[in-house]
Design a protein around this ligand. Structure first.
Ligand SMILES: [Zn+2]
Length: 482
């Protein structure tokens, strides 16, 4: 496939270090609160990317961290500790908060059909590894101890601004955001690898280290977790675009300094979900969660559909009206699939292969998910039998994960339960609410009653040709599509 690489600022042919295998890393959530649907947009798009790579035949090893320590309110090591903030807000221990919101995150993911990565590693479970890598960075001269903390020395690098979509002035603002300058830093962009001199008297989680009792910085956890579970060469690193600086920039700095060779070849950044008043965040306006969507009567998969309708490298504007439109389109799509018949012949393998080729090309062009959705409509419109359509849609849905056939089956069951038609003489027909079929079933019953068995058989065969099976039951008949 072709994928835009934010490290090179170009769309490139996707390649892996080991043929056929993708080492993929995703920055996981900081588990101090519910994820808002803007964060979940990134995870949805990353999920489609992973599934598309698998669909192309790659074996994917996907690794994700859970940040349960060390992420301060500003991404640049300043402000309050996010976990501590969550614990204080809810009057619980930091570990309880971490457990609760980790579970909540994966519940949300399940509702959105986001697959759980092969490896999910909470930061607190790998402290010894962080200490080992930080020690290594000090030994190699890339890190220094000052004022009780360990810092990465960015002046030791030839290149620091890898994602230079940012200019230096923006970076300076990013670092300043919200807080006081740390006087221990030798260079403005140096960042903390290990805190011992905590600003927080009540820092709950602390570990012994060669530099004193403390806790790791946020950036080091992703490098260490990836190097441990993905190996020394990472093929694909994903995250929200707001993590490009300083988080991902710092991940590259410390990983390459530690390894002594290039680390991650391809960077995939998902752009923001915006509201009409700007970037969605936890602190601004309505706090939009998956639970809130459900409370308002939306199927979480309608939100997934909404995200897939636009490109991951464009900001997406969320409004209830936009979501309504997406939900309407999703329901209509499911309805059209529910109306497809079964049993109308063999799968047209040639047509299916043509559809697949088109889907691979379209979605493989920088993960163009909206073209992936267009492919679904193209299949529905195509002059092929319904069996082929159903097979192709099910195939594409391995990537899009919109539960299309499952939702269609649920809809048909629902309609069947509602569609009890009473004919003459109290004859009851139970089917899927199709009046034309009901009429034929009734005609067949009347023919049988009149002992016109040839006509009854003829109608049964006619129904069968349409993929309908009729079963006689006391007082009526039941029909279903086969
Ligand atoms: Zn990360």
């Amino acid at each position: 496939m072709y994928l835009y690489n934010s490290a090179t600022h170009k769309k490139e042919e996707f390649q892996t270090h080991t043929p056929g295998r993708v080492e993929m890393y995703t920055c996981g959530p900081t588990v101090y609160h519910y994820a808002h649907i803007g964060n979940l947009r990134s995870y949805i798009m990353e999920d489609v990317l992973e599934k598309f790579l698998r669909y192309e035949g790659y074996d994917v090893n996907r690794v994700m961290n859970i940040t349960d320590v060390g992420h301060l309110a500003s991404d640049a090591d300043t402000g309050e500790d996010k976990m501590l903030k969550g614990a204080k807000r809810e009057n619980k221990s930091v570990m309880d908060i971490a457990k609760f919101y980790t579970d909540a995150f994966f519940d949300d993911c399940a509702k959105l059909n986001i697959k759980t990565p092969e490896v999910v590693q909470p930061a607190t479970g790998l402290i010894d590894e962080f200490i080992r890598v930080v020690s290594g960075l000090i030994d190699k001269g890339y890190a220094y101890v000052a004022g009780g903390n360990v810092y990465f020395d960015t002046s030791r690098l030839d290149h620091y601004y890898v994602f230079n979509d940012h200019d230096e002035e923006d970076l300076a603002v990013g670092v300043r955001e919200g807080v006081e300058e740390d006087q221990n830093k030798r260079n403005k962009n140096d960042f903390v690898l290990w805190f011992t001199k905590s600003k927080f008297e009540d820092q709950a989680l602390k570990w012994d280290s060669p530099w004193g009792v403390g806790y790791p910085g946020w950036h080091i956890e992703c490098s260490c977790i990836s190097m441990k579970f993905n190996g020394e060469y990472l093929d694909l690193h994903c995250g929200g675009v707001d993590n490009a600086f300083p988080h991902h920039t710092n991940e590259i700095a410390q990983s390459e300094a530690y390894l002594g060779h290039p680390w991650c070849a391809q960077w995939f950044h998902v752009h923001h979900l915006n509201t009409n008043s700007g970037k969605m965040s936890k602190s601004k306006g309505e706090f939009l969660t998956v639970s809130l969507l459900e409370e308002k009567g939306y199927d979480p998969l309608a939100y997934r559909f909404f995200c897939l309708q636009s490109h991951y490298r464009k900001g997406l504007v969320f409004s209830w009206e936009n979501l309504d439109n997406a939900a309407g389109a999703y329901n209509k799509l499911v309805k059209r699939i529910a109306a497809l018949k079964g049993g109308d012949g063999e799968i047209d393998r040639e047509a299916a292969a043509r559809f697949k080729e088109k889907f691979l090309t379209q979605v493989g062009n920088d993960l163009n998910t909206s073209m992936g959705i267009t492919c679904l409509y193209d299949v529905l419109k195509a002059p092929v039998n319904d069996v082929t359509k159903r097979a192709v849609l099910a195939d594409f849905d391995q990537v899009l994960s919109l539960s299309l056939l499952e939702k269609a089956a649920q809809l048909r069951e629902k309609e069947a339960a509602q569609a009890k038609t009473s004919g003459a003489d109290g004859f009851t027909i139970q089917g899927e609410g199709d009046p034309a079929i009901d009429a034929l079933v009734l005609q067949r019953a009347q023919a049988k009653k009149a002992k016109n068995f040839a006509e009854a058989d003829r109608i049964r065969d006619e129904l069968k040709a349409q993929g309908i099976e009729v079963t006689d039951v006391p007082g009526g008949a039941v029909w279903k599509r086969i």
